[in-house]
Design a binder for this molecule. Structure first.
Ligand code: F6P
Length: 499
């Protein structure tokens, strides 16, 4: 059944974008949607009504509706780890028991936020948030996007196991008034543990008598945090069912809640919940995460695109491409289906991107004239909050729209060097404004789109075994760098670096 449905996509005669617009006066209305203060313009993609119908059949054949229900009802949608995926419960839209548990843990988090604000740790002027991957990318994005005009706290994020990163992170912090948030689902991740102990030394050297008394641990394994020397009263727990890259909604958002204020954090959850309801109940052709996934599949499978570019035309969203890289590539960068059989088609493309207009003067040459087709996603915000006159922001938005127009229209010239092929697709995601609610909805949109892609492919987006082998080898090398079971190149590198 599924194979046949994909055949329909493979055999489909895709029309050029210009033809799609010529043939349908209504194209904008048919291929755009507005949800939760976000406008999605799919009209400059090659999606047509027929393709939409064919992809909807694939979704049906893949059991999309049942899997989506299972996701929201706490079913085991992560079978390789025997777990549900509970991030929706963190914003109140998952299974009732998981929602209740998440709410009680959030209440503890809030009590801690209130206590910190009330001076339980003395004067606090800075937060050193230590974590890596999903334990840092989400919180860092939130603080960078929403915290620019706030002067509540100096929040620094430390992830890399590189002393330069450590030095940078602490350079603006005062050890005497800094609180350390150690976020790690497993509380065993090498980088986070190494940075935590370096931070303890830094606090001690800075005159703090009880450095561990300044640490708040955020983890799904409280026993590991206890063992690391952190008092139970300062351990915030989240569920094993909340994947690292889906965890910013949980107590992992502590640093963001401290930096932005509790009400902002709650608005973020509400915005995400609005997108959850849309994803759960909207019909397929209007369901923005699902349609987004259809477009992803169209370009990956039919146009054989190996990458997709996401460009934030808003400095406040400059970390979005990094966040999406983990979300999309760690979730769907798989080669086998849930049952272990080969996926049989390309799965996740490489997600990459940057900010506009900077990227226009760097990588857009390839997007316009290169031999590689890259579907582009522009993410922009209508309302400006910066200090400059509106004309400035107008230029920013016009540039984003001009790039989409140029990619699609192209230009023929007698001079091949000055010819643009055109017919290059883009999606525009336009937020009315950038506030916590809209950002929550945007990030939930990307989460569900990632899930929808996985359902179409038949893969499990919630595990990430691919990251384990490198960790294991790093551990082994650390234990015995001269072990001759390692390849000669690796041994030669170790020798050259004097390790
Ligand atoms: O190595 C990948 C990974 O496991 C991610 O999935 C995760 O977000 C990150 O490492 C950090 O893991 P932890 O939160 O357990 O420290």
């Amino acid at each position: 059944m599924t194979g046949k449905a994909w055949d329909a996509i493979d055999a489909y005669d895709v029309k050029p974008l210009a033809t799609l617009f010529e043939r349908d006066d209504n194209r904008i209305a048919s291929f755009s949607e507005e949800v939760a203060g976000i406008y999605f313009d799919w009209s400059k993609t090659h999606l047509s009504a027929d393709l939409l119908a064919a992809f909807t059949s694939i979704a049906e054949a893949q059991g999309f509706a049942a899997l989506r229900d299972s996701f929201f009802q706490g079913g085991i949608v992560n079978p390789t780890e025997g777990r549900p995926a509970e991030h929706a419960a963190e914003r109140g839209t998952g299974a009732p028991d998981a929602v209740e548990l998440a709410a009680s843990r959030r209440a503890r988090m809030r009590a801690l936020v209130d206590a910190i604000e009330a001076g339980a740790f003395g004067e606090i002027t800075g937060i050193l948030h230590i974590g890596i991957g999903g334990s840092v990318l989400g919180p860092a994005l939130l603080v960078d996007a929403l915290g620019r005009r706030l002067e509540r706290l100096e929040v620094r994020f430390l992830s890399n196991i590189d002393g330069e990163a450590f030095d940078d992170a602490v350079s603006m912090l005062d050890p005497e008034t800094t609180l350390v948030v150690a976020a790690s689902k497993t509380f065993t991740t090498a980088e986070t543990m190494a940075n935590l102990s370096a931070a303890m030394e830094w606090l001690k050297e800075g005159g703090v008598d009880d450095p561990y008394g300044r640490v708040i641990a955020v983890t799904a394994r409280p026993e590991a945090a206890l063992e690391a020397g952190i008092d139970e009263s300062r351990i915030l727990q989240f569920s094993e069912g909340v994947g690292g890259r889906y965890s910013l909604w949980s107590v992992v958002g502590l640093s963001a809640a401290l930096a932005l204020g509790w009400s902002v954090f709650e608005e973020l959850l509400e915005g995400a919940a609005e997108m959850d309801r849309h994803f759960r109940y909207a019909e397929p052709s209007k369901n923005v995460p699902l349609v987004g996934a259809f477009i992803d599949r169209l370009y990956v499978r039919k146009f054989e695109c190996q990458t997709r570019g996401v460009f934030a035309y808003d400095e406040r969203l400059r970390l979005l491409p990094f966040y999406l890289q983990q979300l999309e590539m760690e979730s769907n960068g798989k080669s086998v289906k849930v049952d272990g059989s080969p996926v049989g088609q390309p799965s996740a493309p490489v997600t990459w991107g940057g900010t506009g207009t900077d990227a226009q003067h760097a990588v857009f040459q390839l997007l316009h004239q290169g031999t590689v087709l890259v579907p582009v996603e522009f993410v922009a915000v209508t309302e400006a909050e910066d200090s400059l006159p509106p004309a400035h922001h107008r230029q920013l938005l016009l540039n984003a729209f001009a790039q989409g127009a140029a990619l699609m229209a192209g230009r023929q010239s007698d001079d091949p060097h000055r010819s643009y092929p055109g017919d290059r697709p883009s999606i525009t995601v336009l937020l009315d404004r950038l506030d916590a609610r809209t950002l929550g909805a945007l990030l939930a949109f990307y989460e569900h789109r990632t899930f929808a892609n996985a359902v179409l492919l038949g893969i499990n987006p919630f595990d990430q075994f691919g990251v384990e082998l490198g960790k294991e080898i790093a551990r082994k090398l650390d234990e015995s760098a001269d072990d001759d079971s390692f390849d000669p190149s690796t041994r030669a590198l170790i020798e050259r670096a004097g390790l």
